[in-house]
Design a protein. Structure first.
Length: 416
């Protein structure tokens, strides 16, 4: 009986130790930033070296401090990449589209809690077992509307004709040639599921409400006022000084068109994207398209994963700040190896921008380094490093607990 109790006690100790290691890892106990807090020069040099060693194509890095550009770095394979070189941003497009929706809310043209169907005439959600009236604008923005599509819009070659918005909504081309549908498959408002289809619907919403094409509205409302002259939804291959496309081996790859401008079609330069990012920072920009209260509302938590707040209204919530705010922004990734990130710390006006092609996750990895450096906490997209950081402390604790249990058992056997 004694040894049964010893075994149970050992297992309980292991479970408690595992729980402690997991929880403490979320607070960054087992990881170290690549530079000391506040050491911008050290951080910039470290991530520049990471880009230089891991980049297989073209990349742009830009750091912002207190609402102003503080440092920039460009890496290239065959092109002369600079601050005006245009990169595809993939799903970062959703942040721009969400800002457009919030501008309509700010203007009183739509209401955040209205069913999206109230504004649609050109296409309607397919019938399902769920009430489509519960698919609100708020839930579409936060990926909580009950969609399970996980789009990922597929590529269109330059000589292919793009479908109309309505055709794509009815029969979307997904990446990886998956068969998907844009329809309610879960009870709206009950869970977070990433949905490119939600933003395809929001693209239609913007066109219906404004009576303009989505691209025209973005140009008139954001690009022109912010002097974003290198930002577009056109086919990137037709743009002078573009970053081109490279696979993960650094080989030149085809460039494509996309059926959804709002979900994945935005292309921009680091200098242009900096103008948009700085406009999200309080008191940092003379051009205030969105009210500070609207921008703040976009980082209010709506979507959760494993109990963690991960999504606001069109923004990823990377990590909490000391004042219970959130570092926010958006990442993007697409085939063959397109990756982008833009992240903002609202407490100090700092931000980072990384645009690249030739590595499937380099921009996101550098963004994660930045979050850890800014806050001391791992970000929600860096689960791999978080899990890796737990391995050694867990194994050390496991060894100590097992050694203690063996010693106790051996001592007991000596006594008996």
């Amino acid at each position: 009986m004694y040894y049964v109790k010893l075994t149970m006690g050992t297992l309980i100790a292991l479970v408690f130790w595992l729980g402690f290691v997991v929880i403490s890892s979320l607070y960054g106990w087992w990881v170290e930033p690549i530079a000391s807090p506040g050491d911008t020069k050290g951080f910039f040099e470290s991530v520049s070296q990471i880009i230089e060693s891991e980049n297989r194509g073209n990349a742009a890095l830009l750091l912002i401090e207190n609402g102003e550009i503080a440092a920039e770095y460009y890496s290239n394979t065959n092109e002369n990449v600079d601050r005006n070189t245009v990169f595809s941003t993939a799903s970062m497009s959703k942040w721009l589209a969400a800002s457009a929706v919030m501008k309509l809310i700010q203007d009183g043209s739509i209401d955040l809690n209205d069913p999206v169907s109230n504004y649609l005439t050109r296409w309607q959600l397919p019938s399902s077992e769920f009430d489509n009236n519960e698919v609100t604008i708020r839930r579409l923005l936060s990926h909580t509307a009950g969609f399970m599509d996980g789009l990922g819009f597929g590529d269109y070659s330059p000589d292919e004709e793009l479908p109309t918005l309505e055709e794509s909504l009815a029969s979307p081309r997904a990446s990886g040639e998956r068969e998907v549908k844009i329809a309610v498959e879960r009870q709206p408002g009950t869970e977070f599921n990433y949905s490119g289809g939600s933003y395809h619907i929001l693209e239609l919403l913007i066109e219906e409400v404004t009576r303009m094409s989505f691209e025209e509205y973005m140009k008139d409302t954001f690009f022109d006022p912010l002097s974003m002259t290198r930002s577009t939804y056109s086919y990137i291959g037709s743009i002078e000084n573009n970053a081109r496309s490279y696979d993960r081996d650094g080989q030149a790859a085809a460039m494509y068109k996309y059926a959804s401008s709002a979900a994945t079609g935005f292309a921009t330069s680091s200098a242009d994207l900096a103008k948009f990012v700085i406009a999200q920072i309080p008191n940092a920009s003379a051009v205030n398209i969105l009210d500070p209260a609207i921008i703040e509302s976009m980082r209010e938590p709506h979507g959760k994963t494993l109990g963690l707040n991960v999504w606001g209204l069109g923004t990823i919530l990377y990590s909490a700040t000391a004042s219970n705010d959130y570092l926010f922004g958006h990442d993007g990734g697409n085939d063959p190896a397109i990756n982008s990130t833009a992240r903002i710390n609202p407490e100090n006006g700092d931000a980072i921008i990384v645009l690249e092609t030739g590595h499937p996750s380099l921009a996101t990895n550098i963004g994660s380094h930045w979050v850890l450096w800014q806050t001391g906490y791992p970000d929600v997209l860096d689960s791999g490093s978080t899990i890796e950081s737990m391995t050694l402390p867990f194994l050390i604790g496991l060894l100590l607990i097992l050694v203690a249990a063996i010693c106790i058992g051996f001592r007991r056997s000596r006594q008996t």
